[in-house]
Design a protein around this ligand. Sequence first.
Ligand code: A3D
Length: 313
Amino acid sequence: MARKKISLVGAGQIGGTMALVLAQKQLGDVMMLDIAEGMPQGKALDIQEGRSVIPTATNLSGSNDYADLAGSDVVIVTAGLPRKPGMSRDDLLDVNFGIIEKVGLAIKEHAPEALVIVVTNPLDAMVYAMQKVTGFPANRVVGMAGVLDSSRLACFIADELGVSAEDVRALVLGGHGDTMVSVYGAASVAGIPLSQLMSKEKFDELAARTAKAGGEIVALLKTGSAFYSPGLSAIHMAEAYLLDKKSVLTAAAQLNGEYGVEGGLYCGVPVVMGAGGIEKVIEVELNEEERKAFDVSVDAVKDLVSWVENKMA
Ligand code: A3D
């Protein structure tokens, strides 16, 4: 069986992180693509030269030519601008939409069979645009945000309780913005419902921090946004696909009636991810408070998507 090919469009902070993680995991060969001349080639060569130390048999290459997407099994897109302090994700809409349009057309032409994972912000609108531009079936175009948001919440819960983050499960739904919804009833520690270990008030505090967690890192870094945990989260999704793991994870998926959302909007929901891409959307029961918050979050996504629709009309 030939090796899988994983292409990273955007070889910046997240792209570089993903390349290293992919080399360590040996999920397939890696092609890094960026408009910055020499940069993806340089990063690929740098990791390539460390392969004997890792050790890994992964081959890495860099390119500035979209034609090198040919033969990709997975394309992960981080091309675009990240936030600066004081910016919201939505401030990136105009400039990043232009980039996603260009990249989407290139993927359509050169990698028509690939699974596409979009990371570029504002996430829910960018993955929606990617599906429209490529025309790929929706199960093969997915957005990364929920894995990260849920992992951030799990981190805060673990730190608060003084337990290992690997034992914490958390679920964050909705759009990838300030309106994201953390679900108290879905959180657990080693199978123990979180409600037995933490009050709702404390959970709400951690949920509020989660909704602002990206901004917290932007403010600390001063240039650019989070990239290690976003890179790890995108690879978690690629791995579920490449190894047909049937992983249950939260992804920005196209909704056609699920959660009462119509019109092919993309929004963060739990899904089963395997060789068929998004194989199933799982509908979790939400209480009234969560349901209302989810609807508000969907409305925020709708606003961004109608901007995209107008631009594409
Ligand atoms: P950065 O380090 O700037 O890398 C982006 C790269 O994209 C740069 O190297 C650019 O040269 C490159 N690029 C720009 N246009 C093109 C193009 N047309 N084709 C190929 N490459 C191009 O940013 P980053 O890696 O830190 O972040 C990338 C994106 O991810 C930004 O939009 C962030 O806002 C977003 N992001 C999303 C999350 C989510 O959870 C959804 C988290 C963190 C960052």
